[in-house]
Design a protein around this ligand. Sequence first.
Ligand SMILES: *Cc1c(COP(=O)(O)O)cnc(C)c1O
Length: 226
Amino acid sequence: MPADRLRTVLQRIQNAADATGRPVPALLAVSKTQPADAVAALAGAGQQAFGENYVQEAAAKRASLAADHPDLQWHLIGHLQSNKAALAAEVFDWVQSVDRDSVIAALARHRAPQRPRLNVLIQVNVEGEAGKGGCPPGAIAGLAERVAAEPRLALRGLMSIPVPHADPEARRPAFARMRALFDDLAARHPGVDTLSMGMSDDFPVAIAEGATMVRIGTALFGPRPN
Ligand SMILES: *Cc1c(COP(=O)(O)O)cnc(C)c1O
């Protein structure tokens, strides 16, 4: 069943990408609140990249899966509190929710020298939604310079979570704006190759507008346990 769901989602990603003529986006399987055995089942079907919202939850899953699945890649997609940055720098391969200077400094300080560089996406609050994570578009350039100046961090691109709308089409302008911001950043930073946007209910629209990575939970795992 997990393998069937994975195949269906990969096919839908492929179909959406075919219409754009761009490379097929990467799939990040969002495993927040899902038990480790659900991750193991999807890993057994070939999925390697997993997204988590909470640092400690990810640390526990990574540890329990390390022996059987040593090659999994873990991405933090939830808000990062400064006091969790040290652990996050240890647990994750990517942090997609970087949105302020203090977090950049803390991640850089705590990424061990013997590990590969920590991949970083800058999270953008593209619609200026009050009370939400992410920096305003005008802050991207400065944060990107800060990340790029850190030898333990690798600047890879941008992430966004547009305002929820019942109609996924209503998110299209936000996705298009993100693609323009991404192209602008990529023109100035050679390592930038990732635009993370699109979830279970809107990923075909995000891909049409230029996502290079989609983050999908429900369509892969079913409804989240409470
Ligand atoms: C939960 C979550 C997702 C996945 O949402 P689904 O609707 O289950 O696909 C993607 N991105 C972020 C940041 C999330 O918190």
